[in-house]
Design a protein around this ligand. Structure first.
Ligand code: ADP
Ligand code: MG
Ligand code: MG
Length: 870
């Protein structure tokens, strides 16, 4: 069937979605299983692409095929398009491969003209209905096919209703409708500068072209971009004989879901409207009735409908979203598809379907979109409250959740206000590690700069705290403590609300609800664990995050960043002392102060992670990040260290770098300051020993960051080993530990075979690897990456979704080279990508042992890992 472009509904099936579109394939399927579907045919997506390939015109060959199918339809029904006796009316309906609800356009009642409208009135003995259909057709055709704005028609309708004192469209009389039809035609004349087309075949071709064109309307394009739907799939066009819900009190139209789409409850959910057509139900002109009342209004149609809904659900083995019309008590089904649903409903429905023996556990796992789980793991705004809330700006949805509070512009003020019991939002140009405490206390974080992997974003996600980052529309004036957005000014202490899932910033307080993790969530996650083979660890820097992650099912720590422990209030002075020390002796004094604190951290971590692996990374960031910037803190530091203020300032200048991310950081610190590394090694192993003594099972993994050359690794590894082994020997205790490296510099991937000979494990640090592989600064790329995605240079922000082609190739090379010399080497990933579903699948495919991600993404990664292995 190489050159077939048009299929009768009786020729297709649900498997032919990519050719017939979702709507067409399902209309065909329903026809096949004997449901009451008005007959019709589908013009394929292939024809749509052909239309675009031919400079937006439909080839003669395809037009012929359409005409043949139309004749066929006319013969079957004994009606003719545009006929002056018993006219055939049809709908022209778009139907893409993936459902794009309401995104594209549909025309009803096509075939009406000044003559056939009279014929229709005679044939149905219902003049009112005929003219009602005609006025609807003129409006839809003008809007969809000719771009005449809808409101021009609505104005006329409203004016007639107003002058007659009518409340509803159904109050209009035949004469009113005739008058409206005439006025509509003159609007058409005025706008299009042509008479309203009277020739039905001309109407049809214009309508088909309009549907093809609607594939590229802005609404549809944006929707596809948001939902990752390819732009070159094209849309099919369904031509279907009309049935009429607007034939009076025994007719109607409606929409229903076989189960509740927001809770998943197994109960028919929907609405209908009597004496109505098409979109009247959703248009809100009259208030529709609940589907359950159809039982009283029209019991036989209701019973049949209920029967069909369960046939459809059984057939598709999933919750269905069904459109129907009743014409003079006769029921017709006009559409079915798998219904969209919230995460909560998705889980409840999938688990229920397993328990009803309709699908198996694996299928249930595949039914849930991993990213959707995010909705369940954070508090959210009430949807009714959101409707009336005012959006004042939009930034990047950096960390999901809902947060409202009074705005404050620095961490200190946030901490103070929150200690008084206020709900607070931290607003900053961008956050720095010094803001951590403020971030912990805040309900949400808003920054004007920075991307999805900026400090604020990463830290907030780790905490499961709502964050909107890179909101460039707002002007943050930290000095005067106010935000300006155009002419709106938000002052310190004013309320705002942030939606970290959409990036929206609202004025005032929006009401929130907590989503409870139901029993079905647990059930599903148990199945997930049954089928997944790759481990899921978490990135956690403190016992609080570690505990949260275990609750979400983390099987170990894949990354504990020790520097985050350095920022706590009680240790930052000692850290600064260490950094500013002029001599080794001075540094050792400071390190001695830090040692017991780090040891305490690790004891706690090991105890929380009892029995699970804990991967601890040695100090990584450039040292100047720890130094004070304002005069006051510098003065205070000078006092504690008993040195001159100027001396401190001088050292700060000495430490500053042009390119800190490529500067003196990572293992380079251990090379130049071995004593820092030794202190950390000591703290780790002493912590492990103490935790063991207290009854915990420990599995420490010591990770050296930023290695690019095996000799760096060897030097530091030997130093750690000497320190650790000495302590173990002194303590006479048996503790197993491993030493490995983060692979985050391209050169490390290229020389992974050399490194693997020395290292016990690799953990791919794909944040830095992406930064260095692309040469995009993580902290500045927000400025241009958006445009790169818009201009389709990049499909996705590579800091969010692993670039499998380039950066992924580096990872794969690292894996293969590493395994070639040491097949048993342990492999993991600890970049942000470890919690992103498509990247998780990639990690599974290249044979990693585990992924590690922030605590709140652990369930998402578990689900994605299970899906990868099914
Ligand atoms: P959408 O994709 O926006 O849902 P549809 O093609 O489903 O658009 O059309 C919208 C509505 O128009 C349908 O839900 C139905 O009520 C009405 N409709 C479409 N085709 C017919 C038809 N042949 N007979 C009666 N009503 C129809
Ligand atoms: Mg529809
Ligand atoms: Mg790194």
């Amino acid at each position: 069937m190489e050159n077939k472009y048009v299929y009768d509904f009786s020729e297709g099936s649900k498997e032919m979605k990519s050719l017939l579109g979702g709507k067409g394939a399902n209309l065909a399927e329903m026809t096949k299983i004997g449901l009451p579907v008005p007959p019709g045919f589908t013009i394929t997506t292939k024809a749509c692409n052909d239309y675009y390939d031919n400079g937006e015109s439909i080839r003669e060959e395809i037009i012929k095929e359409i005409e043949l199918q139309l004749e066929n339809l006319e013969n079957n029904l004994g009606k003719k398009l545009g006929c002056n006796e018993n006219p055939l009316l049809i709908s022209v309906r778009s139907g893409a491969v993936f459902s794009m609800p309401g995104m594209m356009d549909t025309i009803l009642n096509l075939g009406l003209n000044d003559i056939s409208v009279v014929a229709l009135a005679n044939a149905t003995q219902n003049e009112r209905f005929a003219y009602d259909s005609y006025r609807r057709f003129i409006q839809m055709f003008s809007d969809v096919a000719m771009d005449v704005p809808k409101y021009k028609f609505e104005n006329i309708l409203d004016r007639v209703k107003e002058s007659k004192g009518y409340k509803f469209d159904t109050d209009l009389t035949v004469d009113d409708l005739k008058e409206i039809v005439e006025k509509y035609q003159s609007v058409y004349m005025k706008e299009v500068r042509k008479k309203f087309p009277q020739e039905p075949r001309e109407q049809l071709m214009l309508a088909i072209k309009a549907v093809f064109k609607s594939w590229n309307n802005p609404r549809a394009t944006v929707y596809r971009r948001l939902n990752d739907i390819s732009h070159d799939l094209g849309t099919a066009v369904n031509i279907q004989s009309m049935v009429f819900g607007n034939m009076g009190e025994t007719s109607g139209t409606g929409v229903a879901f076989t189960r509740n789409p927001s809770t998943g409850e197994n109960k028919l959910f929907g609405e209908f409207l009597m004496d109505a057509q098409g979109e009247d139900v959703v248009a809100g002109i009259r208030t529709p009735q609940d589907i359950s009342t159809l039982k009283e209004v029209m019991p036989s149609a209701y019973d049949e409908f209920v029967k069909i809904t369960s046939i459809l659900e059984d057939h598709y083995k999933d919750m269905q979203d069904i459109e129907f019309t009743i014409e003079k008590e006769r029921l017709f089904i006009l559409q079915t598809r798998n219904g969209k649903r919230t995460a909560k409903a998705a889980i409840n429905i999938a688990v229920d379907l397993v328990e009803e023996n309709i699908i198996d556990e694996k299928e249930a796992i595949m039914r849930i979109e991993p990213n959707q789980l995010d909705q369940l793991l954070h508090p959210i705004f009430e949807s009714s409250a959101l409707e009336s809330a005012k959006v004042v700006a939009q930034g990047l949805p950096a960390s999901p959740g809902a947060g409202s509070g009074k705005v404050y512009f620095n961490a200190e003020d946030v901490v103070e206000a929150s200690s008084k019991g206020e709900d607070v939002v931290l607003v900053r140009l961008e956050t720095s590690p010094e803001d951590i405490e403020g971030m912990i206390c805040a309900q949400g974080i808003l920054t004007a700069r920075g991307g999805m992997t900026s400090h604020a974003a990463v830290v907030a996600r780790g905490m499961g705290k709502c964050c909107v980052a890179g909101c460039s529309e707002i002007k943050v004036d930290e000095y005067n403590k106010e935000i300006r957005i155009d002419d709106i000014v938000i002052k310190e202490g004013d309320y705002i609300s942030l939606d970290g899932s959409t990036g929206c910033v609202y004025l005032g307080e929006v009401k929130k609800t907590e989503v409870a993790l139901t029993g079905n969530f647990e059930k599903l996650m148990n199945w997930v664990d049954k089928y997944k083979t790759m481990m899921v660890r978490t990135n956690a820097d403190n016992p609080r995050d570690a505990k949260a992650a275990i609750k979400f099912g983390a099987e170990g720590i894949g990354l504990c960043r020790t520097e985050h422990m350095f920022f706590d209030e009680d240790r930052i002075p000692a850290v600064r002392e260490m950094i500013l020390a002029k001599t080794l002796e001075q540094r050792l004094v400071a390190l001695d102060k830090l040692l017991p604190m780090q040891r305490e951290d690790f004891i706690e971590m090991f105890k929380v992670m009892d029995g699970k692996a804990v991967n601890i990374r040695l100090l990584d960031p450039p040292l100047h990040e720890f130094l004070p910037h304002d005069d006051e803190s510098i003065k205070a530091l000078a006092k504690t260290m008993n040195i001159e203020v100027n001396e401190i300032k001088k050292r700060i200048v000495d430490l500053s770098e042009f390119n800190p991310m490529l500067g003196h950081r990572g293992c380079r610190l251990a090379v130049t300051y071995p004593e820092i590394c030794e202190m950390q090694a000591k703290a780790i192993i002493q912590g492990a020993i103490e935790a063991t003594k207290q009854g915990a099972k420990v599995h420490p993994e010591i990770m050296i960051p930023l290695v690019g050359e095996v000799k760096e690794f060897k030097l530091i590894r030997d130093m750690i080993k000497a320190t650790v082994d000495r302590i173990i020997e002194e303590e006479d205790i048996d503790i197993e530990y491993t030493i490995g490296t983060m692979i985050e510099i391209p050169r490390a991937c290229l020389t992974a075979d050399e490194i693997a000979l020395e290292a016990d494990f690799f953990s791919f640090g794909t944040n830095d690897l992406t930064q260095m592989g692309f040469g995009y600064s993580r902290d500045d790329s927000g400025k241009f990456l958006g445009e790169y995605v818009n201009k389709e240079i990049l499909e996705k922000d590579p800091f969010q979704v692993l670039d499998q082609k380039g950066i992924g190739k580096l990872v794969k090379m690292g894996v293969e080279l590493g395994k070639s010399v040491k097949p048993e080497i342990k492999l993991g990933i600890c970049g942000e990508h470890g919690g992103e579903p498509s990247s998780v699948e990639f990690c599974y495919n290249i044979g990693l042992d585990y992924v590690s991600c922030s605590p709140y993404r652990v369930p998402i990664a578990r689900l994605a890992a299970a899906q990868a292995s099914i």
